[in-house]
Design a protein around this ligand. Structure first.
Ligand SMILES: *Cc1c(COP(=O)(O)O)cnc(C)c1O
Length: 388
């Protein structure tokens, strides 16, 4: 079946429940009773190891990704940490995109800092930079595409080919696009990672993460570590993500449509210096975006003319957008990376991120209200500027 059909039906099959529930129930039980000692290994045993609701979610996720295996975690960060602990050993080397989610770099350095793991950061927009950073002890390449907040893109299938040749595993953090618009496993990645907190759940009300792969050996290792470490997604959160996934396709289409309109409108606005959105022809990697993704998603950044103080006034004047970190919810979210999500990034790594860069997670509200909100906010800060 196709994406939208699987999103609704896989994991919610009425014939798998006792009463024919059209929506599969939430199994809160942490332990499962057996008829006799001979049955103790059969079916569900203990919820950390596996749980019927989490299983339903994992089946739905795998069907959407076109992956053989899927595992759900208590956050995107715990999925990352579990993956790294399972896959790496002392002395291993990682090659990573320099423009990565800040929390990922924090895990690399502050959580794995004492484990003897080395990381090299490269500009993965240039495939040859990845190739020349690979060493004898490189076991993993870690990329996002598009990145946050600069919306830089990596050519996943070309990078996957290089990794295969060198027997290096490739992980793609696909949180920004969701499988509706980009499926890295089809492009050759070994493992795909999500913060389901973002588009997958889509309603800013559940923290979660997921790992998916087609490789049985990797899956078995990850499942062992998932159970041993125990950072699993709760049954209730699993159910919330399942509910969110049913409208993933619809939501992404609207995020994409709204974001393109906002990007085009901003690009022509006198108070805007430049707009970063893969769907704009002005994006330096627009042709890769068209080739690699089925849509451009709901995330964009733009650099405002003027001072940081004016950028602050702008985001504080908005009414439809919430001034908040995170992304991927039905509601519009806006933030200033230099003051918020990226405020703890060392100055030397911020040289490409201008102070007045504003990151927008475009919501699925009516586009008229979104643009009017921005226009009103621009005018309010302009009049403040004039008063001064
Ligand atoms: C949010 C996010 C994460 C971390 O996920 P949590 O659910 O917040 O732990 C990882 N990668 C990307 C790209 C993210 O946006």
């Amino acid at each position: 079946m196709e994406f939208e059909t699987n999103a609704i039906h896989i994991g919610d099959e009425p014939e798998r429940t006792l009463h024919g529930d059209v929506v599969s129930p939430i199994h809160l039980s942490t332990t499962f009773a057996k008829i006799g000692i001979d049955d103790i290994e059969k079916g569900y045993v203990y919820t950390r190891t596996s749980n019927p609701t989490r299983d339903n979610l994992e089946r739905k996720l795998a069907s959407l990704e076109g992956a053989g295996y899927s595992l759900a975690f208590s956050s995107g960060s715990s999925a990352q940490t579990t993956f790294l602990l399972a896959m790496l050993k002392k002395g291993d080397h990682i090659v990573a995109f320099d423009d990565l989610y800040g929390g990922t770099k924090r895990i690399f350095h502050e959580v794995l800092g004492n484990f003897g793991i080395e990381v090299s950061y490269v500009d993965a927009t240039k495939v040859n930079e990845i190739e020349s950073a690979l060493r004898e002890n490189t076991t993993l390449v870690w990329i996002e595409s598009p990145t946050n907040p600069l919306m830089k893109m990596a050519d996943i299938s070309t990078i996957a080919k290089i990794c295969k040749k060198k027997c290096v595993k490739l992980l793609v953090d696909n949180t920004f696009m969701s499988p509706f618009y980009q499926r890295p496993i089809e492009l050759g990645a070994d493992v795909v990672l999500y913060s389901t907190t973002k588009y997958m759940c889509g309603h800013s009300d559940s923290l979660g993460g997921a790992l998916m792969t087609n490789d049985e050996k990797i899956y078995k290792k990850l499942a062992f570590y998932q159970n041993a470490i125990g950072a699993v997604l709760s049954p209730f959160d699993s159910w919330l993500v399942m509910r969110g996934l049913k409208t993933l396709g619809l939501r992404m289409e609207r995020h994409d449509k709204n974001a393109l309109e906002v990007a085009r409108w901003l690009e022509n606005h006198p108070k805007v210096r430049r707009v970063l959105y893969p769907g704009l022809k002005s994006h330096p990697q627009h042709s890769l975006a068209v080739r690699q993704m089925d849509g451009f998603g709901g995330m964009l950044s733009f650099e405002m003319e003027g001072t940081l103080d004016e950028a602050r006034k702008f985001v504080e004047s908005l009414e439809v957008f919430a001034l908040a970190e995170s992304l991927g919810g039905v509601e519009g979210l806006i933030e200033i990376p230099s003051l918020m999500t990226h405020s703890s990034v060392p100055a030397k790594d911020m040289k490409d991120i201008p102070e007045t860069l504003i990151r927008v997670s475009v919501g699925i509200e009516n586009i008229k209200d979104i643009i009017e909100d921005m226009e009103r906010a621009f005018n309010s800060f302009c009049s403040i500027a004039k008063l001064r």
